[in-house]
Design a protein around this ligand. Structure first.
Ligand code: GDP
Length: 465
């Protein structure tokens, strides 16, 4: 998970709030102070942090006053929720540029052009992007228009070959504009859906680099120009992206190397301040280390609350490879059904997807626990969750999990029943693990119902987008 340290500190600060017996000004101020110092340490701009502090204070005050005057007595637990929500919403607002990026559409050739300084991770990111779109069912290809750096074409060729993505480039042609045009034209004729153009990141003079980008842009007419930016530059990201924006009007940003840098928070918030949408985060050197970025799921994951949307997308990617499974899943969602059996199937699919610790940090309730955990440990945790479900009978597996709960006279769950203890014994796990697994399955089921509801409401049957 990216930005682990910042996430931990923000989490701790909110944890202190949960522990407090009364929520008074002092407790709120201590929380704000801790948030501020965590954000500054992650290199978030001082002004941005100061404004966040003012906004959190104001929002908390307003929300508490509104709740007081609504006539209902305000309990401490409600106050905590109000404060937590205010913090959550303000953090989301801080990384939200308020604009939507271009989304490639099927049935036409979408040209995406990557720009950025050499070493930012452009070539690596282009291949990651190609893999991403290919998984989504787009016919995708790569064009290498970096003629300045010796070896750039070889690097792209190697990455593309590994990922089985068609590519275009030249060892002899020295004009990047000519290569870009020829490559894009060839792939357009061949009716590729997504054509990704990698450009050079360095020149003898900066002005030449910008001129070249403009010329390539004029030649290939990209539907979206993406700036690739290294997170380690922290809040300097704002200045760098503004400089690029003056010459190549890019419409989206990808921030790379968030796996290794504490300054990532600074880069992300600085970019958001330029009102350009971040579309992905690079979180490692491997082709799968690309995470979709959206403000709310990002903050949710950062605070250890999981990212169900992201998890669903992972599952959809896998389902794409198996159309029958995908159809069955889409039908279940439409009907708003998601039983433990479905959760088991999804988990066993996840086992084959690589980078388990990252994927599992998307599961609500597991986010925090997956921090810094190796793929091996994540795999064994996942296996235990599957063992639990393998100890269930058919009725239990086809249920939504409530079958394991004791109910009070009003039909509300008050704890686990004998079934849960039997399953824990049978699977060699603890009752606590069974309870956790049921909570996660319930969260997924709730999300599935919501997704199904949304799909029905919009009559949008294809939930893989
Ligand atoms: P370019 O000059 O902009 O095309 O950059 P490259 O794609 O050649 O990447 C430069 C270096 O950064 C390479 O060693 C990559 O493996 C590495 N890199 C790229 N993206 C990431 C990332 O998200 N995380 C990490 N840790 N390394 C990355």
């Amino acid at each position: 998970m990216v930005l682990a340290d910042l996430g931990k500190r923000l989490n701790n600060a909110l944890g202190q709030l949960s522990k407090a017996s009364v929520v008074d000004d002092e407790v709120i101020e201590a929380l704000v102070k801790e948030l501020v110092s965590a954000l500054l340490e992650a290199d978030v701009n001082v002004k941005l942090v100061a404004s966040l502090r003012t906004k959190i204070r104001a929002r908390v005050k307003k929300s508490l006053e509104e709740a007081e005057t609504s006539g209902q007595g305000l309990r401490e637990s409600n106050k905590k929720q109000i404060v937590q929500k205010a913090v959550f919403d303000e953090l989301v607002a801080m990384v939200d540029p308020g604009t939507e990026p271009y989304k490639p559409v099927k049935g036409k050739s979408n040209v995406l052009m990557a720009v950025g300084i050499q070493g930012a991770g452009k070539t690596t990111t282009c291949t990651k992007l190609a893999v991403h779109y290919q998984r989504k069912g787009f016919r995708t290809c790569l064009v290498c228009a970096d003629t300045f750096r010796a070896g750039a074409f070889d690097q792209l060729k190697q990455n593309a070959t590994k990922a089985k993505i068609p590519f275009y480039g030249s060892y002899t042609e020295t004009d990047p504009v000519a290569i870009a045009s020829m490559g894009v034209e060839k792939f357009r004729k061949e009716r590729f859906d997504v054509i990704i153009v990698d450009t050079s990141g360095r020149h003898k003079q900066e002005s030449e680099l910008f001129e070249e980008m403009v010329n390539i842009g004029n030649a290939v007419k990209p539907d979206m120009t993406i700036m690739v930016l290294d997170a380690s530059i922290g809040q300097a990201a704002e200045g760098q992206s503004r400089a690029f924006k003056e010459s190549s009007n890019f419409g989206a940003i990808i921030v790379t190397k968030l796996d290794g840098h504490a300054k990532g928070g600074g880069a992300i918030s600085a970019v958001a301040a330029t009102k350009t949408p971040i579309i992905f985060l690079g979180t490692g050197e491997h082709l799968n280390d690309l995470e979709r970025f959206a403000p709310q799921p990002f903050i949710s994951k950062l605070l250890g609350m999981g990212d169900m949307q992201g998890l669903f997308e992972h599952m959809q990617d896998v389902a794409m490879a198996n159309p029958d499974k995908q159809k069955a899943m889409a039908k279940k969602l439409e009907e708003g059904k998601f039983a433990l059996r479905d959760w088991r199937e999804q988990l066993s699919t996840l086992m084959n997807m690589g980078s388990l610790s990252k994927i599992m940090s998307s599961i609500p309730g597991l986010s925090g626990a997956m921090e810094g955990v190796s793929d091996e440990d994540a795999g064994s945790k996942l296996k235990r969750m599957i063992f639990i479900m393998d100890s269930m009978d058919n009725t239990e597996l086809d249920s939504d999990g409530l079958i394991f709960m004791k109910m009070d006279s009003e039909g509300l769950p008050t704890g686990l029943n004998k079934r849960a203890f039997r399953v824990a014994r049978g699977s060699g796990t603890s009752v606590k693990e069974v309870e956790e697994m049921l909570t996660q399955a319930r969260a997924m089921s709730g999300f599935a119902k919501m997704a199904g509801g949304m799909a029905n409401a919009s009559k949008e049957k294809d939930w893989t987008k």
